[in-house]
Design a protein around this ligand. Sequence first.
Ligand code: SF4
Length: 339
Amino acid sequence: MTHLLEVNNLQVNFKTYGGEVKAVRDVSFHLDKGEILAIVGESGSGKSVTVQTLMGLIPTPPGKIKNGEILFEGQDLLKLSKKAMRQVKGSKMSMVFQDPMTSLNPTMKVGKQIEESILTHQNVSKSEAKEKAIEMIRLVGINNPQERHGQYPHEFSGGMRQRIMTAIALACRPDILIADEPTTALDVTIQAQVLDLMKDLKDDLDTSILLITHDLGVVAETAERVAVMYGGVIVETGTVEEIFENPRHPYTWGLLESIPDVTGDEKKRLLPIEGSPPDLFSPPKGCPFAPRCKFAMEICAEEMPPPFEAGDGHEAKCWLNDPRAPQVEDLIAAGREPS
Ligand code: SF4
């Protein structure tokens, strides 16, 4: 099956005074039409660098794409000229950033900012662009779109500004919307509204969404599939059901334990994962999670685990999934506690 987007063996480094940071290491994943894939991981896991590379936003230097391909509708985006890539950005793929206040131009009416995006990518007149902009404001669930079109960003709340950012990103009906921590700066109620909006827009416009987040709660609410990133590597991937009900990687177990519990149940308090992420100047040659993993075996520090199949479309890069590995229950019985 051909995927709408297919990333194969992507490797991205950054040159710094201290050496070369291996930010993204052999990352592969795909996105199909009309689906929501969440890439989840803590900060520094490589998730944002991965999507910035898709959008051609990595400054080179200091960034360097060492290897890989990004196939969009079968065409490798890494081989496109800057001009051709500009065409793809906005009209085929667009991005909603984390902080709507700094991403919007405070001196420009929001309607004009949406129109600018439409005029850059579509061959339409100014009056048609205005009509489309008003339609987009309505589509993202803002009342009085005619009136709101003529207002400035400071006249909108945080959640409304995030909706305007989404309207700008969707104004050209892209095939793929990339949302990088789109709800981090919002309070919980507004966060739920923005996530609902994204799901509705996906259904209405058949847009595929690549959602970048550190929050598994957001993943459960929104996504259909998940890729868990750690130390620049995708360590586990699968459907949301598989990842939540049958996780097969100790880092994913740790992430699931770290979801804050609001029920007040003492036993389910927030449990941080002990230890620090790997040093990406010289990442471990074996499993990146080995220094923090309670189940680490000799082979873990020596060899990067291959992707072990753990179900339909479910893969985990963890040696515990090797048929020769000891059973987790036996390791726990021998005194190893899960994260
Ligand atoms: Fe832990 Fe080894 Fe699995 Fe890595 S491969 S997560 S160190 S058990």
